[in-house]
Design a protein around this ligand. Structure first.
Ligand code: GRF
Length: 196
């Protein structure tokens, strides 16, 4: 079985990266993480190292501008034969030139039921402040409009009256760790790029 070659972009803790790596330990899982790219030093890189996955950091300070940084990252992804790119807690906006190169092959996981609380790193905080009764997470295709690309899947999470940002985030992330590997599995079984 040839498995879909996945590149993962990270900036933080890496629990979604971990979920994908864990899923791909099953030899029947139809995808595997072949390279991890970060825009800074972060815990996710340690997860890649432990799993024996190639990892590389693309610090903005090392490049003339964002475009050059993203195009350098694109080259590395292509060198690894990546067919699908997963933004898993990647906190920089991808340049248009990068998105054009991988149109329909970049997905993102966001901690809200999009289109609610789009375009923010504080979606969990905002859901609590807005006193919504449910929130959740969304996997969507990345386009030039931040958090507005076609939605691939969502999971709902009920907000409890005594929820704090931490408790709510924890339950949303537990859903993310199921949803993201499920979406990648589905995409591995269909033609890519996804039409956008
Ligand atoms: C996730 O909650 C994801 O929805 C958001 O960033 C967080 C990343 O968490 N985009 P982790 O680094 O995968 O633990």
């Amino acid at each position: 079985m040839s498995r879909l070659r996945v590149g993962v972009l990270v900036s933080g803790r890496g629990s979604n990266l971990q979920a994908l790596i864990q899923a791909s330990k099953d030899p029947l899982y139809p995808a595997r993480v072949v390279v991890v790219c970060a825009n800074r030093d972060c815990a996710a890189l340690e997860i890649a190292t432990k799993a024996g996955v190639t990892r590389q950091v693309f610090r903005l300070a090392d490049f003339a501008d964002r475009k050059r940084r993203d195009l350098a990252m694109a080259r590395v992804l292509l060198q690894h034969g990546v067919e699908l790119i997963v933004c898993a807690g990647y906190d920089a906006i991808l340049e248009r030139a990068f998105i054009r190169q991988f149109a329909g092959r970049v997905i993102n996981i966001h901690p809200s039921l999009l289109p609610d609380f789009a375009g923010t790193m504080d979606a969990v905080e905002m859901a609590l402040e807005a006193r919504v009764s449910e929130t959740g997470c969304t996997v969507h295709v990345v386009t030039n409009d931040v958090d507005q690309g076609p939605i691939l899947a969502q999971s709902r999470v009920q907000v409890q009256p005594d929820d704090t940002v931490d408790t709510l985030r924890e339950r949303i992330q537990a859903e993310e760790h199921v949803l993201l590997p499920a979406v990648v599995r589905r995409l591995a079984g269909q033609a890519l790029p996804i039409p956008v």
